[in-house]
Design a protein around this ligand. Structure first.
Ligand code: C5P
Length: 223
């Protein structure tokens, strides 16, 4: 009998996009199918973890497996995701996979904004909290290891490695995972660039579930 790599561990995962309302029928969102985050949730349960999955609007089934436990919270906006994360306590690993909207609409209209000839509305934005940065700030060292162990994700249109490295340092997280893509959005396939304190390495193109399993094994060794 081999002990599962995340047996007895709690894992928090954010997945999918967030949606920022403009009015009751319109809004702004980020491109994310949620597939990578849900694949990580599945792989974590396979590894024996207890998972809390906080999902933005996406049309994916909760992975239910006998090897572990899962609780799912569905949220819409980045602010709601922030609250759901902050209300979660005592977890060993945080995977921030969600594509969180950096800005929300300052004052969403209560009623649908009507067309007014050729006049166009002006939108005013307010910065949303950086959830990952905030969690990383509260991380402690427990038995010589970061707790929770925070893993960020980066999707970039240029210079992935440089941007991901900068993000890892700025957010103060031990690991960041770059989406090499190029067609990662909505695809079942992806290619990853994993950056930690020791440098970077690629995980070759594979199904997202396969990539997630490899990532879980890497993280299990860190905690
Ligand atoms: O800052 P940026 O959005 O480029 O960083 C991406 C990483 O930070 C992802 O792991 C994402 O889930 C996380 N993030 C967050 N809260 C935000 C913005 C990004 O947790 N408001």
């Amino acid at each position: 009998f081999q002990k599962k790599s995340l047996a007895g561990k709690k894992v928090l995962i954010t997945a999918g996009p967030t949606f920022e309302a403009i009015d009751p029928v319109r809004g702004l969102t980020n491109r994310s199918s949620g597939k990578m985050g849900f694949a990580i949730a599945r792989a974590a349960i396979e590894a024996g973890a207890e998972v809390h999955l906080i999902a933005g609007p996406c049309d994916l089934a909760t992975p239910l497996l006998a090897t572990g436990k899962i609780i799912r919270s569905d949220i819409v906006s980045a602010k709601e995701m922030h609250i759901a994360v902050m209300n979660t306590q005592d977890y060993d690993v945080f995977f921030a996979v969600a594509a969180v909207a950096d800005w929300g609409i300052t004052k969403p209209a209560k009623d649908k904004i009507k067309r007014n000839g050729n006049k166009v509305p002006t939108l005013e934005f307010t910065a949303n909290p950086d959830i990952l940065l905030e969690v990383a700030k509260t991380a402690k060292i427990k038995a010589g290891k970061p707790y929770p162990y925070c893993v960020g994700f980066a999707a970039e249109s240029t210079d992935l490695k440089a941007h991901a490295q900068e993000k890892r340092e700025r957010k103060g997280i031990p690991m960041i995972v770059g989406n090499i893509g190029p067609d990662t959005f909505g695809s079942d396939l992806n290619q990853l660039l994993v950056i930690d304190e020791r440098g970077s390495k690629k995980i070759a193109t594979a199904e997202k579930l396969d990539l997630a399993r490899q990532l879980i094994q890497l993280v299990a060794k860190k905690i």
